[in-house]
Every structure is written in C-alpha cells, then in structure tokens.
Design a protein around this ligand. Sequence first.
Ligand code: FE2
Length: 374
Amino acid sequence: MTSPEVLAQPAQDFLPLNGTDYVELYVGNAKQSAYYYQAAFGYELVAYAGPETGLRDRASYVLQQGKIRLVLTTSLLPDSDITRHVAQHGDGVKVMALWVDDARQSFIETTKRGARVAFEPYTIEDEHGSVTLAGIYTYGETIHTFVERSNYSGPFLPGFVARTSGLPQGNPVGLLHIDHCVGNVGWGEMNTWIKFYEDVMGFKLLITFDDDDISTEYSALMSKVVSNGNGFVKFPINEPAEGKKKSQIEEYLDFYHSPGVQHVAIATDDIRATVTELRRRGVEFLSVPSAYYDDLTDRIGHIDEDMESVKALNLLVDRDEEGYLLQIFTKPVEDRPTVFFEIIQRKGAKSFGKGNFKALFEAIEREQALRGNL
Ligand code: FE2
C-alpha cells in the first residue's frame, strides 16, 4: 500500500529546466539591431556567425548582459524561413531557448505528450566542446529550443566565433536576468496554451486574471501565468477580451499576424539607476498620468525608494502578500505595435503588477489611439 507521505510528494518533474538559455529574434537588419541593443540597452556583443564563419544564408549576433543572452538573426536570402518570418511578423521573438541537462530526453518527454516538432535533436561540436539542441513549437511560429551545453566552453554555440564591438556606449545598465516572457494568443486560445504548458511541459498554473481584473473603459484582456517546477521559467499568456473598443492584444495580433511573444521582462536590482540610464540613452517608455501617484502610498504602503524619484521616472509600483515590485514598460521596439520590454525590480513580490494593469492599459490605449488602432 502507498503511504500518505508518498502520495503527498509532488510528481517527478519530467522536464527539469535550469533557466532561460537565450532569446532569439528574427529581424530585418541584425547589424543595426545589434547596435540598438548595445547602445540603448547596454548589451555587449560576445559572439557572431555569418558569411565570414561559413554561413551562406544568415547572420546572427549574440549579445549578453548579466545572465541574459539575446540573439539577433537576419536572412541573407530573398526567400528563406527567416525572410518569410520577418515579412509576416516584422521583427519578433522566434526562439525562447531553455537550458536543460538532457535535450534529447526533453524532446522525447514533450513530443510524446503532444508537442509539435520544430526540429529533431542533433549534436554540434567544435574545439570548445559539444552542444545538443532540439526544438518544439509553442504558440504561433514561436519555438522552444532545448539547449544542452554540458561542458561547452565556447562563446555561444559551435559555429559562432567570439566577437566584441568595443562600442564606448555599450556599458551595462544593470539588466540581470529574464524574469518572464509573455505570449499573446488569439480569441479563446488562452486555455489551450495554458493546457499545453501544463500537460506537455509539466508547468503549473500560478495566477489567473479575468477581464474584470484587466479592463479599462475601452478594452479588456484575460491572462494566466504558468511556471515550471523550480519557478525559474514563467510564461504569462494573454488573450483579448470584449470591450467597447479594440483590445491591445487584438492590435498586437493584427500586426504580428499570429500569436507570438508580446514582451520580455528583465530583472534589475536598481530600477531607478537602470531606467535613468535607459532614458538617457533614448529608450522610450509608456507613461502613466501623475494622478497615478496621488494615492500610491495609500494603496501600497511604505517603500524603500523615495517617492519623488519613483514619480520622476514614471515607475509603477505594486504590492502583494510577500512584498512589492517596481516595473516599467518600454514602447514597442519596432514600428509595428508588437514586441516590447519590461524592466522589473522585485522586492519580495512574486506577482506581476496586477494593481498597475488599469493605469498601464490606459497608457497603452492612448498610444493605440495615436496609431489609429483603438
Ligand atoms: Fe510582464
């Protein structure tokens, strides 16, 4: 007979994840995007692959800051998967790569539970060691690549060479690691993808927001958050909800032309210093009206930061049972109103800023109206 103790143990994690390995964007011009992310966001160029390294069809720049690796890839051909991806979606996140100890096993466990194959496992080697990769599809054309880098000591992956740019302005701004990556999916599809992460990847549902939580006078959305077993990887999923006017999620879907990654949230441990420097470098953020700050102390209680500096930088603050968080959202980083970034500093809070949704979405709607898309 099974003892109650055994029954109480959680099921073994069939997809143990060490964290996010990299996020890869397919872009129209990787050379210029790499300059933007270095000069504006303080990433450092660490590796490169392209014609000079024997690739005939693409070029990729690998940028790093803290534990974050961004890969910017562009096509060299008039017709390729990358070219078609950029034509369809504009610049966008193609790969959310997950660092695993066993890529083949990750592929087997997820595909046998119904994951759609992006590519079969394969191993690549160079003088620095070997890496095994395998890929499955998530929402839209987005892929999760499992990266097993055992003892690999090269700058990124076999085939990439170390490269630095020596940009004087490419100094880090305090970005530490990826906190969460958010996906936008179509009408009625949120639960399908939450179920995908639960059943196929063994994630657990953390939080649910319905359209009463996230609605303004005009537009609404629904959101659920899933997390892997150790909590290192968190994926909120949004879908549009009915409102008087067009939901911001619908605007994204109209311009991305499919589900896809809406924003990547990046952690800092000094958001005031980070955002001051990002603003100085020309990064544009959404702003909330000054009325947001009028009763902020009443809503969230005491915080360590001086409220005047929080207001001057237009930071948002929210509190949950475990602490508080400060956050701010960039405007979209391409001409289509699609992908953007969040900067977040957690001071105990494990939530996602629910108390800010209304103020934030009203700010997004003002931008939407300026684009003629509300
Ligand atoms: Fe977020």
